[in-house]
Design a protein around this ligand. Structure first.
Ligand code: SAH
Length: 498
């Protein structure tokens, strides 16, 4: 099979700014070659066996040489692979994508370009700066600020005479020179300037000034690359158009400890509210197989008149088994269905089942209270649930009627990246850690290690409910806030109100 190279623009920062087409090729890629400005969250979309090659700058080391990158792309394609060369912004805007394309052309390798939103436009938009505006700028000019080689000096006279918005990329180390040259060549020293650091990222920082004072201001704020330098009166519109930094969770780094398979709703909500979700999966869900008891219970479903579901995982595993064994949802027709809370109830709807009972508070004690009102001695209750669940519900129901508990799954330690998390903690870059069950707490401590508990003492812990809070306290840690409603929305609400 013949390979192919796609030169893909990832867009600036916010990983959802990639194009639909870009995302599609990423998902079918065998190899992804990416650099520093690509948001790592995009790489999570990839198949497990996709090879990831980082060619950006490493601490203390240089980037891979361009000839070597060209060769790497060609070699992988010759091996028959689908190669995605993923670049921040647009691949042809100071991204050396043109050189890569030329090399592939010379080698006779099939390639395609998928443009991206360049930081020179999208990065400005996320800072509240429209690159053109009828009242302020009717053209724009994107210029490299990387001026190491003096023989390639820019035509400062011409640039200074331009009336449109000027955007300098790669210009941070020359900021002083850029402003000086523009003033010397006739630009008004009061012209507005913005320096945008890590545009469209949760750590976006914008410094505003004019040609005369921006250098000093930027020094004071200790801004390091990557940054965009914007010169022109459109900068003033930021006061009105700065939507991104106004999002309620902008700048907040929030650790999500749920299992990866379940964390998407929390992560999505944090993203939408402008926060930075940091995935640190502490648990993995594993179905218990083989499980004869489970098979038997499903074959004998008519014996039960109540089924209690206590988690979304429990629902999924139960119904998959039901269908695998050749039954369908009609086999539950004679049963009353109980769901521990709204998320579990919602997942039941997907299988065509509406829960008859959802307690007001989402813990075992409340299910028991509700059921104790209706259950009779002759009733038979099936509870397919986690091996690690507390025994309270089963023990108390057994005093009234017949109860069959089936352990359908267990939770094992997740693969949260300990090193990355500890680094962020050391830098003081974590605002909240969210816990959605006691096992997320226990496993979190197991992964980071008891010795590191000191590092999390001052972080704000948000707990989903009383049982989880108790586990946090058992480790000698403080619960900053506990959700009023024991759900993901309850957790988000806690953070929003903080
Ligand atoms: N192809 C990219 C630009 C690559 S050159 C694009 O289209 O955006 C690298 C320079 O781009 C950086 O030095 C910086 O000036 C700018 N840049 C890219 N992404 C940025 C971001 N998110 N925030 C600030 N500057 C960015």
């Amino acid at each position: 099979m013949k390979g192919k190279v796609y030169l893909v623009g990832a867009g600036p920062g916010d990983f959802e700014l990639i194009t639909l087409k870009g995302l599609k090729v990423l998902q079918k890629a065998d190899v992804v070659v990416y650099d520093r400005l690509v948001n790592k969250k995009l790489l999570k979309e990839l198949e497990k066996d996709c090879e990831l090659i980082y060619v950006g700058k490493k601490a203390n080391k240089h980037t891979m040489k361009q000839e070597n990158i060209n060769k790497l792309l060609a070699d992988k394609a010759i091996e028959g692979k689908i190669v995605v060369r993923l670049k921040g912004g647009d691949p042809y805007v100071f991204g050396r994508g043109g050189e890569e394309g030329e090399f592939l052309y010379k080698k006779g390798i099939d390639f395609e370009v998928i443009p991206g939103i360049t930081s020179a436009i999208g990065g400005l938009a996320y800072s509240g700066i429209p690159i053109t505006h009828r009242d302020y700028a009717s053209s724009f000019h994107v210029i490299t600020g990387h001026l190491k080689d003096d023989s390639k000096e820019l035509n400062w006279k011409a640039i200074s005479n331009l009336q449109g918005t000027l955007v300098f990329l790669m210009g941070m180390s020359n900021l002083k020179k850029i402003t000086k040259k523009l003033i010397e060549n006739g630009k008004d020293k009061c012209t507005s300037v913005a320096v945008i650091n890590w545009a469209a990222n949760p750590n976006q920082k914008v410094v505003i000034g004019n040609l005369e004072n921006i250098y000093e201001k930027v020094q004071k704020e200790n801004i390091k690359p990557p940054a965009l330098i914007v010169v022109g009166e459109v900068v003033k519109l930021r006061e009105k158009l700065n939507f991104y930094e106004k999002k309620p969770l902008f700048g907040k780094n929030i650790v999500v400890t749920r299992a990866r398979a379940q964390s998407s709703s929390l992560i999505k909500k944090i993203n939408e509210l402008g926060g930075n979700p940091i995935e640190f999966p502490t648990i993995k869900i594993k179905e218990i197989v083989p499980n004869n008891e489970f098979v038997e219970a499903i074959n004998e479903l008519r014996k039960y008149n109540y089924i209690i579901f206590t988690s979304v995982n429990g629902v999924k595993i139960f119904f998959n088994k039901l269908f695998d064994l050749g039954f369908d949802t009609r086999s539950l027709g004679h049963c009353k269905i109980v769901a521990i809370g709204p998320a579990t109830a919602k997942s039941l709807i997907k299988w065509g089942v509406k829960a008859d009972i959802i307690p007001e508070k989402y813990v075992g004690e409340e299910i028991y209270k509700e059921l104790a009102k209706v259950i009779r001695t002759g009733d038979s209750v099936l509870i397919p649930r986690s091996k690690d669940a507390r025994s309270y519900l089963v023990d108390s129901l057994k005093k009234i009627c017949h109860v069959k508990e089936i352990k359908t799954y267990k939770t094992v330690l997740g693969n949260g990246d300990k090193k990355e998390l500890l680094e962020l903690l050391d830098l003081g870059k974590i605002d909240y850690i969210t816990f959605t069950s006691s096992s997320t707490v226990k496993n979190f401590i197991d992964i980071i290690g008891k010795d590191n508990i000191v590092k999390i003492k001052d972080v704000k812990f948000i707990s989903i409910g009383p049982i989880t809070s108790k586990t946090i306290k058992d480790y000698g840690l403080k619960v900053y806030k506990q959700a009023k409603e024991y759900t993901i929305d309850g957790i988000i609400d806690c953070i929003l109100k903080d």
